[in-house]
Write a protein that binds this ligand. Structure first.
Ligand code: SF4
Ligand code: SF4
Length: 110
C-alpha cells in the first residue's frame, strides 16, 4: 500500500443511550465556554508540548463530549500551562483555565 504520510481514522460508533458524558457536563458547569469549542485544532497546532508528545486539547475535549476520554487524559501531564493555545483559539476560550478545570474534575495533579 502507498504511504501518503497520513491515514484515515477508524470509523467510530457512538451509542447515545450508553454515552457517559458526566465529566464533560461537570466541566461545563465550571467552564461554560467548553461548549464554544468548534474542534478547529488551532490549539493543538500551536501547542509547544504537542510537538514532542501526543498532547491534543482538541482530542481531549472531543473525547470528553463522547464520554471516552480515559485514553486521552494522561496527555494532560505533558501540558506546561504556557497559554499559547489560548492566544490562537478563534472562539476566545481561556484554554489554560479550561485545562486546569479538566485536571480538577479528573483528579489530575497540575
Ligand atoms: S497551555 Fe498546554 S495545551 Fe496549551 S499550548 Fe501550552 S502546553 Fe499546549
Ligand atoms: S483552538 Fe479553541 S475552538 Fe479550536 S479546538 Fe482548540 S479550544 Fe476548540
Amino acid at each position: 500500500m502507498i504511504d501518503f504520510g497520513y491515514s484515515l481514522s477508524k470509523s467510530r460508533t457512538l451509542r447515545i443511550d450508553n454515552l457517559d458524558d458526566s465529566r464533560f457536563k461537570a466541566l461545563h458547569k465550571l467552564e461554560p465556554d467548553a461548549y464554544k469549542c468548534i474542534g478547529c485544532g488551532s490549539c493543538t497546532a500551536s501547542c509547544s508540548a504537542g510537538v514532542f508528545t501526543e498532547l491534543s486539547l482538541r482530542k481531549i475535549l472531543l473525547s470528553m463530549q463522547r464520554g471516552d476520554e480515559k485514553e486521552y487524559l494522561n496527555q494532560l501531564q505533558s501540558c506546561m500551562l504556557c497559554g499559547k493555545c489560548m492566544l490562537v483559539c478563534p472562539r476566545g476560550i481561556n484554554t489554560r483555565h479550561l485545562i486546569l478545570s479538566i485536571c480538577k474534575i479528573c483528579s489530575i495533579e497540575k
